[in-house]
Design a protein around this ligand. Structure first.
Ligand SMILES: NC(=O)C1=CN([C@@H]2O[C@H](COP(=O)(O)OP(=O)(O)OC[C@H]3O[C@@H](n4cnc5c(N)ncnc54)[C@H](OP(=O)(O)O)[C@@H]3O)[C@@H](O)[C@H]2O)C=CC1
Ligand SMILES: C[C@H]1O[C@H](OP(=O)(O)OP(=O)(O)OC[C@H]2O[C@@H](n3cnc4c(=O)[nH]c(N)nc43)[C@H](O)[C@@H]2O)[C@@H](O)[C@@H](O)C1=O
Length: 349
């Protein structure tokens, strides 16, 4: 990519999209096109076709999607499959029609079977059944990988799919119900700590409610009090976490350095193994994660595990040997990242 080439980042205000925008700007890319969801609904086929026709981007990074944690995925199953399929169908197809030079599609490691051998290699795709809680989202993401691969093989496009592990960082979703585990626990434990110190004004402000009694009643529904914080599930599932700016750096690395044609051997194409895992290759249990966050926030209360809530996949550690062999490795370790995101949360929310 040249610094003046036109690059469209879909989803530039999200966790990953905002980090990609910042990374590209820091590297001197000066011709970046963005549209908010309100300005361009990517599920609308005609609007997306008009946008590509008018803007003619040369490079596309598809970081827009319907995203959420385990409960959101499990409840809003129809929205997750419909919106994600529509967004990716429209953006990938119009990238082909507009002869985009390269497109990066962001999938997720939930594409792999729930009992895939660990760490999960790219070749585990479609070898067994998926985890139920996020099956509709995973099916949409698998369709996105297959769409990129099929357009490459039939039309000679240069579409690359990456499968990130669980991500966290600035501009994440901190909703107590719909977010992912790391931002959810940072906020819950932070609020419990504020309650334990009787900093009621800050609790009321954080939740945007009218009184501390309203705040306490609301937090009680999430098992958050001055003495304890509820953790969903058994605490035994393991997850791997990647700092969003590392994720952005990996995406830009691939956009700058790789093409579909030179990233996969003929053998990999033959077994239709045409995507790249992005992660750290290191995981922790949810209990360990909660204890690290508790320690950083210095909350003295208890962690209570609610096994009525789902565990989801028990382990999904990525095999990052392909990414490492291409020349990229993560830089931010988990504790360092949690310290950064806690500081970010306190000064931005
Ligand atoms: N977060 C994670 O842990 C993981 C994320 N991923 C993948 O990474 C990618 C980015 O995720 P993340 O940054 O976390 O997501 P966010 O929810 O933070 O951001 C999603 C972005 O998509 C935009 N968007 C959503 N729907 C539409 C629509 N219909 N039309 C236009 N824009 C839309 C939103 O726009 P607006 O801000 O204007 O509303 C937002 O900017 C996704 O593909 C996701 O599946 C994969 C693995 C883990
Ligand atoms: C990125 C990835 O994210 C999702 O999959 P997930 O990893 O299962 O999601 P999660 O982050 O929500 O949970 C991880 C684990 O943590 C436990 N947990 C404890 N306490 C809280 C809690 O308070 N909130 C949440 N959300 N989880 C909690 C929770 O019960 C589970 O065992 C999918 O969207 C999937 O499609 C996807 O791509």
């Amino acid at each position: 990519m040249n610094k003046t080439d036109k690059i469209y980042i879909a989803g530039h205000r999200g966790l990953v999209g905002s980090a990609i925008l910042e990374n590209l700007q820091q590297k001197g890319y000066s011709n970046i096109v963005t549209k908010t969801h309100r300005e361009l609904d990517l599920t609308n086929q005609i609007a997306v076709a008009d946008f590509f026709n008018k803007e003619q981007p040369e490079y596309v990074i598809l970081a827009a999607a319907k995203v959420g944690g385990i409960i959101a995925n499990n409840i809003y199953r129809a929205d997750f499959i419909y919106e994600n399929m529509m967004i990716q169908n429209n953006v990938i197809h119009q990238s082909y029609v507009s002869q985009v030079k390269k497109l990066l599609f962001l999938g997720s490691t939930c594409i792999y079977p729930k009992n895939a051998p660990q760490p999960m290699k790219e070749g585990s795709l479609l070898t067994d059944i998926l985890e139920y809680t996020n099956e509709p989202y995973a099916i949409a993401k698998i369709a996105g990988i297959k769409m990129c691969e099929s357009y490459n093989l039939q039309y000679g496009t240069n579409f690359i799919s990456v499968m990130p592990t669980n991500l966290y960082g600035p501009n994440d979703n901190f909703d107590l119900e719909k977010s992912h585990v790391l931002p959810a626990l940072v906020r819950k434990i932070h609020l419990a700590k504020l309650l334990s110190e009787s900093k009621f004004d800050e609790v009321v402000k954080d939740l945007g409610v009218n009184s501390i009694s309203e705040a306490k009643a609301y937090l009680e529904t999430f098992g958050v009090s001055e003495n304890s914080v509820e953790i969903w599930g058994s605490g035994k599932p393991k997850r791997e976490f990647l700092w969003s700016k590392d994720m952005a750096d990996a995406c830009v690395f691939i956009m700058e350095k790789r093409d579909f044609s030179d990233t996969y051997s003929d053998e990999e194409k033959e077994i239709r193994n045409t995507h790249i895992n992005i992660g750290t290759g290191i995981d922790v249990s949810i209990k360990e994660l909660a204890e690290i966050i508790q320690d950083i926030i210095d909350f003295k209360g208890h962690l209570v595990f609610n096994t009525d809530k789902p565990d989801g996949t028990m382990r999904k550690l990525t095999d990052v040997s392909k990414l490492n062999s291409l020349g990229w490795k993560h830089t931010v370790e988990l504790k360092e990242g949690i310290i950064k995101i806690y500081k970010w949360y306190v000064s931005n929310k």
